[in-house]
Write a protein that binds this ligand. Structure first.
Ligand code: SAM
Length: 314
């Protein structure tokens, strides 16, 4: 590009597919190490502020993470009348719990992340993301495998939010995109509760995992909704899956949503309001058509293998 002058000597190459690379220019590496579960990198990027990268996969950056975390959390919270007990699986940066804690009815949030080193590094380097949420008295932070905690943790949750890294080969999260895991979530979910997960990219050439995750969820939950958000540093649109035992309102009245957010939350949203939510929940035709054709599901015997590779579960 003529006239482009890039002041950086550090480039993070994120492979979206074997043939597509997103080059993120960085001015500083704030932390980089191999933990027991994954490769952890925190950088100061040139354009989007500080960012977390795990196993070479971009997780979030300060300047555009709200487009992910608000889209992940609030459709599910709005699906439940008065969400009191919320379970967050993953969510290392603390931005998902930040969004959950905006809801006044919330009495207890349990956040389970497998990697204490990731959480500690995010607490240290990414205060713009967690904004002190780790100190909220309603939060219990537990370091452990989400699958095991779900199996052992009794009690019912009003909302379960799966904010896990992509199910890459030998990554720590691929078992949590299977019928077995989703059935366990449904057991732990209140009958009128909601379950939402980050469900992979939805670009036409990457959406295979997303569509199969939706189909896998549909084996367990009677109501499932695919939606997506545009997060520039992900390059591709990011897909979400919202599941419930009750019908999901896909065309919520914007004025009613605005009233609910005003009455039941502390506000401060940058993406979500009634109008934005209405648009967000409309599943594009190409995704709907792919969902109609999909017959495959993910199980522990045949889990997802998202493009990319991790360090192997230890
Ligand atoms: N926004 C990101 C995305 O869209 O992929 C996800 C963010 S968050 C950093 C992902 C978190 O999932 C990480 O902190 C990672 O440690 C956690 N994680 C991965 N596998 C897990 C498991 N089996 N149990 C609990 N946490 C897990």
């Amino acid at each position: 590009m003529s006239g482009a002058r890039l002041d950086t000597a550090i480039w993070i190459s994120e492979y979206m597919t074997p043939w597509d690379v997103y080059l993120h220019g960085a001015t500083r590496v704030l932390e980089q190490r191999i933990t027991d579960h994954q490769e952890l990198t925190i950088i100061e990027s040139g354009a989007y502020g500080k960012a977390l990268i795990l196993d070479g996969k971009w997780q979030s950056s300060v300047e555009d993470e709200f487009l992910y975390h608000e889209a992940l959390v609030h459709p599910a919270m709005l699906q439940v009348t008065a969400p009191r007990r919320v379970l967050v699986l993953g969510g290392g940066e603390g931005a998902t719990i930040r969004e959950v804690l905006r809801w006044k009815a919330v009495e207890q949030v349990l956040m389970v992340d497998i990697d204490g080193e990731v959480v500690a590094a995010c607490r240290r380097h990414l205060p713009e993301m967690h904004q002190g949420s780790f100190e909220d008295p309603r939060l219990e932070l537990r370091i452990g495998d989400a699958m095991e905690v779900l199996r052992d943790e009794e009690g019912e949750w009003d909302v379960v939010i799966s904010d896990l890294s992509d199910p890459i080969e030998e990554g720590p999260s691929f078992e949590l995109f299977t019928t077995e895991h989703f059935a366990l979530v449904r057991e732990r979910l209140a009958s009128d509760g909601a379950f939402v997960l980050q469900a992979g990219a939805t670009s036409p050439v990457e959406m295979d995992v997303h569509v199969r995750v939706i189909n896998t969820l549909a084996q367990v939950f009677p109501q499932v909704r695919s939606y997506q958000s545009q997060v520039p540093t992900y390059a591709s649109p990011i897909g979400f899956a919202l599941a419930s035992n009750r019908p999901i309102e896909s065309r919520p009245d914007p004025d009613a949503v605005d009233r609910t957010l005003a009455d039941h939350t502390t506000g401060g949203f940058r993406l979500i309001d009634g109008e934005s939510l209405l648009g967000l929940l409309q599943t594009p035709a190409y995704v709907r058509r792919a969902m109609e054709r999909e017959s495959r599901i993910y199980t522990l015997a045949a889990p997802p293998r998202y493009f990319g590779s991790g360090r192997g579960k230890t």
